[in-house]
Design a protein around this ligand. Structure first.
Ligand code: PLP
Length: 398
């Protein structure tokens, strides 16, 4: 490390724990079930539209407001283009939300004290709760939220989910482990990841009604679920729904996501985005996607059918499998610790995901692939169980 250079980097950035994306290894014949990508390619119409667009026009800037796509999405969702902002993947919109709705902690403390002083409550100063600097999220859920909180220099309010991963609707208060109604921003992954658990619109509405800050309902996997909560973004001005073309619409590579919500919150995000945040080919691909929705709906049905079949077969092998409303399953494997299973499966060219934090370390997250890929997973699992029959669980890296 070069001391002089390190000194040029903000302490916050030096201390940062970055998000660790799933591996993208180039191993021949690998069954890749670790990053929730859709196993089916984009529609032929989408591929044709993108190829069609690759010509001299690449020298031009793309549409900065992504107007055609917003208009098309507005029609689809029964709202107005003003209700919609497009991002470079929905990850960008999550980051923009932290910057638009949350104060960095130092500023937040000052702002909160200022408000209390104005109200003449000097005694409350020592107990100042800098809620405008607080980002709230549930654990486990999408592990990007704590990273965004750190990057922004905001305060974490992590709420542990109960053993069944239901929303803790009986735990409002703001103390440790309670839902904090005054958090500036609350992220809810729904259906949840990596657990796969779905949340009813009724429960989400009950949560949103209690929360006074902005709520982002992150619906990255909602196309594989029975319900979606888009109506809440159009009913409650403080609620935004985030969606993405990545997972359900086989478009991870192109980086297109969007948020739906009140025009005033949407305008706030729009104000701070880069001018040309959504690349041109991504816009072309997303527009063409919306012209061929039946193709994708057929894929959702195939993924859901495979999810249900594999869940049943894994249960027969002794795996505990949580009911899933997504394109992955969260499962506690038998006999060995989950990270030992990760290695055994990898040795047989099947890559799944394991998260080391205490609340997830007993489980594997397995993305749903094609029927053939899922058969390969089941074959590998059966072989592992057979070859290790009777053998004691070996020590792991814990
Ligand atoms: C994958 C994922 C995203 C990000 O999707 P992109 O649109 O590809 O940025 C957001 N939220 C959750 C919960 C995800 O799993």
């Amino acid at each position: 490390m070069n001391e002089a250079l390190t000194g040029l980097i903000r302490p916050l950035v030096r201390a940062l724990h970055p998000y660790v994306p799933g591996e993208q290894p180039k191993i021949k014949g690998l069954v890749k079930l670790n990053t929730n990508e859709n196993p089916y390619p984009p529609s032929p119409r989408v591929l044709a539209a993108v190829k069609e667009a690759v010509d001299g026009r690449l020298r031009l800037y793309p549409n900065s407001t992504v107007q055609p796509l917003r208009e098309k999405l507005a029609k689809l969702h029964g709202c107005r283009p003003e209700n919609i902002i497009i991002g470079n993947g929905s990850d960008e919109l999550l980051a923009l939300a932290t910057r638009a709705f949350v104060e960095p902690a130092q500023v937040g403390v000052a702002a909160d004290m200022g408000r209390r002083l104005q109200r003449g409550k000097a005694a409350a100063l020592s107990r100042a709760r800098p809620h405008w600097a607080t980002i709230q999220y549930f654990v486990p859920s999408y592990s990007v939220y704590p990273v965004l909180t750190e990057i922004h220099g905001a305060l974490h309010h992590a709420v542990a989910l109960p053993a069944d991963f239901a929303l803790p609707l009986d735990r409002f208060g703001g103390g440790a482990g309670q839902v904090f109604a005054d958090a500036a921003l609350t992220f809810v992954t729904t259906p949840n990841a990596p657990t796969g658990r779905g949340y009813s619109t009724k429960d989400l509405e009950a949560l949103c009604r209690e929360l006074r800050g902005v709520v982002v309902l992150d619906e990255a996997y909602v196309d594989f679920a029975d319900e979606n909560a888009l109506s809440l973004a159009l009913k409650y001005p403080h609620v935004l729904v985030a969606r993405t073309f990545s997972k359900a619409y086989s478009l991870c590579f192109q980086r297109v996501g969007y948020c739906v919500g009140h025009p005033e919150l949407v305008a706030a995000l729009d104000k701070i985005k880069d001018s040309y945040n959504v690349n041109g080919l991504g816009q072309v691909a997303a527009l063409a996607t919306l012209d061929d929705l039946p193709y994708y709906r057929a894929n959702f049905r195939r993924v859901i059918a495979a999810r249900e079949r594999v869940s049943g077969e894994l249960r027969e092998l002794g795996f505990e499998v949580l009911p899933s409303q997504t394109n992955f399953i969260f499962t506690k494997p038998p006999r060995f610790p989950a990270d030992a299973w990760l290695r055994e499966l990898r040795a047989r060219k099947v890559l799944v995901r394991w998260f080391s934090p205490p609340e997830t370390r007993d489980h594997l997250r397995i993305s749903i692939g094609t029927e053939a890929e899922m058969d390969a997973l089941l074959r590998a699992a059966r072989r592992i169980l057979k070859e290790t029959g009777g053998r004691k669980a070996r020590p792991t890296t814990r």
